[in-house]
Design a protein around this ligand. Structure first.
Ligand SMILES: O=P(O)(O)OC[C@@H](O)CO
Ligand SMILES: [Mg+2]
Length: 287
């Protein structure tokens, strides 16, 4: 297999589309970087990561040349708003919302997640997916403008921008809600080469299909090998989409997401503050 200058030949087993490689989470980062208490899923995450072999670390030291960011739950702390509103809707039907359902909804196109929500909550015939979406979007309108950046986002994106690493966003959010959520963060999103959204005409199927990441990769200035692209995601559907697009994926899951959803990711982090660019052949942080 031809290798690029300075790259070593990767045994076929390590190609991203063949099997995920779990890498050591940055256990040495100072405790202050680890936000919040360490839940059992975090300890499991570290155990999973700790089993990574030196070979896996070597294999993953590819020279990543391009980066694709998911948005909700990865760049923006918007997922709690979705949860809050979905809990509100369910209260009306005396039903409760839990993370096993959340795991199925995250990252998906709005109408797809609405269909799952109505079906899984036994509301078929009571509430249509369209009615649910209308109610949900109505409640979210006031909440979205207060979306904050998640920890480590500003530092990482500014760092990649300064080092001229091409990057973009691939989000299942539709344009209208994208504008609402990002209105306070124009500078960060202006550093993106392009933004692909859930209602983009070229995106035929939402995550977990690879469409949105393939469209995002094709819109960079030059043809990019998917194996040179690193995706950052928070949701199982997004990780699955990135892997089926043949890309590498760092997952930054909410600590309430069951660790069984971590398997496909190449690296698991508790926060972007723990990301080490040089592990992926990207320029290291200087400060
Ligand atoms: O930016 P992403 O994570 O694709 O969000 C999509 C939206 O459906 C929220 O889950
Ligand atoms: Mg997401």
């Amino acid at each position: 297999m031809a290798s690029r200058a300075g790259l070593f030949l990767l045994p076929l087993a390590f190609l991203p589309h063949r099997r995920p490689i779990s890498l050591p989470a940055l256990r040495h980062s100072p405790p202050s970087l680890h936000l919040g208490r360490r839940s059992s899923s975090h300890l499991l995450m570290e155990k999973e990561a700790a089993t990574a072999t030196a070979t896996a670390t070597e294999a993953a030291r590819r020279r990543i040349t391009h980066v694709i960011f998911d948005m909700d739950g990865l760049l923006l702390d918007s997922e709690p708003f979705y949860t809050l509103v979905q809990e509100k809707v369910l209260e009306r039907f005396n039903k409760t919302f839990d993370w096993s359902l959340k795991a199925k909804l995250m990252g998906k196109k709005a109408i797809e997640s609405a269909r799952i929500f109505v079906e899984e909550c036994g509301l078929t015939g009571v509430l249509t997916p369209e009615e649910f979406l209308e109610e949900r979007e109505g409640l979210l309108q006031e909440l979205f403008p207060s979306c904050q950046l998640l920890p480590g986002v500003d530092r990482l994106i500014s760092h990649l921008h300064v080092n001229q690493i091409p990057m973009c966003v691939a989000t299942g959010s539709y344009k209208q809600t994208f504008d609402l959520k990002t209105q306070r963060h124009g500078e960060i999103f202006s550093m993106m080469h392009h933004i692909v959204m859930g209602d983009d005409p070229d995106v035929k199927h939402g995550k977990p299909s690879p469409d949105i990441f393939q469209v995002a990769a094709n819109r960079f200035e030059r043809n990019v090998d998917p194996a040179d692209i690193l995706v950052f995601e928070d949701a199982p559907a997004g990780v699955a989409a990135a892997k089926s697009a043949g890309m590498w994926v760092v997952m930054v899951p909410d600590e309430r997401l069951d660790a069984s959803h971590h398997k496909e990711a190449d690296q698991i982090l508790t926060s972007l503050l723990d990301f080490s660019p040089s592990l992926w052949g990207l320029p290291p942080f200087t400060k």
